[in-house]
Write a protein of this length. Structure first.
Length: 336
């Protein structure tokens, strides 16, 4: 039995990292493997908090941290996956060495689906800046195939990862347009939005490839969600610029949709200009930035935040609350 008086301090690895003692922090993580579950859990949670503010301190720590992706405690595996998401969002190069480990955990059908979802999300963030690291055909095929049968929360993260792969390098998925288009009728608005985003990103460099998605994208011009309609219109505008004239426009824009109405309106103008024969560089009648990779990359997360904003979010940490609004937030514990 482990002597409780000799348990590693749960704050010790994060303290060492903050002090710049990376080798000592790695040694502390190795010792942590033999600690009890509570100590492991508290330590990984502390590291997750540190990753939100000092992600660059984790250089060379990704590989030792993967040990906890295989921890016997599900809560520890989930917190570790969230830690990798935080690192990949801010410092994708730190996470690049462990792409294979994240992919393996994401593809494990026996794993808790939230863990798999977070691992897929981390892969997406790496793909934005290092598309070559997330280019293995088997990995991309796995992300795409699991869109057909996985849990909704996992499908959303898979679609996000695919969108970020396409934004990082539109060529990676240019031969998968028809396969991606098969899932544009998903029940989840986030899946539909991310896949439209992936197709629009592909269309920035390979517009003619979108011909295989023309009809499913056209159906989304009537989608109930404005951001989905707008992104579909953008992708169709890119296709129209390639000379494909068999594309209808969106009938109108609902001004009651607030900021989303402006998003849709800009993309309808873009689509209409393309259908009117304005090809090549945007003309004066097309909004600046629409139909470019830089624009798609810069706005995608902000759009998702707008799509998921709700009065049912915790005012302290932003966690989406279950129906019925519990008395305390299950994520941060703050009273509501």
């Amino acid at each position: 039995m482990t002597d409780p008086d000799r348990q590693p301090s749960p704050d010790r690895p994060s303290e060492l990292l903050s002090e710049g003692s990376r080798e000592d922090a790695i040694d502390a993580l190795a010792r942590l493997e033999t600690a009890d579950a509570d100590a492991r859990k508290r330590t990984i949670r502390t590291l997750q908090d540190l990753a939100e503010t000092e992600s660059s301190a984790f250089d060379e720590l990704a590989t030792p941290l993967t040990t906890f992706l295989n921890d016997e405690e599900r809560a520890i595996r989930l917190t570790t996956a969230k830690l990798f998401v935080a690192l990949a969002r801010s410092e994708p190069a730190v996470v690049r060495p462990v792409v294979d480990a994240l992919a393996a955990r994401s593809a494990d059908d026996e794993e808790f689906y939230y863990v798999r979802a977070r691992c897929a999300e981390a892969l997406g963030y790496v793909a934005l800046d290092h598309p070559d690291a997330v280019s293995d055909p088997e990995l991309l095929a796995d992300l795409r195939v699991r869109l057909s049968f996985d849990e909704p929360e996992v499908r959303e993260k898979l679609a996000k990862a695919l969108a970020y792969v396409a934004i990082g390098d539109p060529s990676r998925l240019r031969h998968q347009v028809s396969s991606l288009a098969e899932h544009l009728d998903d029940d989840s608005e986030l899946v539909r939005y991310y896949l439209c985003t992936a197709l629009a990103a592909i269309g920035c460099d390979h517009p003619s490839k979108l011909a295989d998605a023309r009809d499913p994208l056209g159906q989304l011009l009537d989608d109930e969600r404005p951001y989905v309609r707008g992104r579909a219109a953008e992708a169709l505008g890119l296709l129209a610029r390639s000379g494909d004239a068999d594309i209808r426009s969106l009938d109108g824009v609902d001004p009651d949709e607030g900021d989303a109405a402006a998003f849709v309106a800009d993309r309808v103008r873009f689509l209409d200009a393309a259908r009117d024969g304005e090809t090549g560089e945007p003309a004066d009648s097309t909004p600046d930035g629409v139909g470019t990779l830089a624009s798609i990359r810069g706005e995608t997360e902000a759009v998702v935040e707008a799509m998921t904003a709700s009065d049912d979010d915790c005012p302290h940490c932003g966690h989406t609350l279950a129906e019925g609004r519990p008395p305390v937030c299950p994520h941060c514990g703050a009273p509501l």
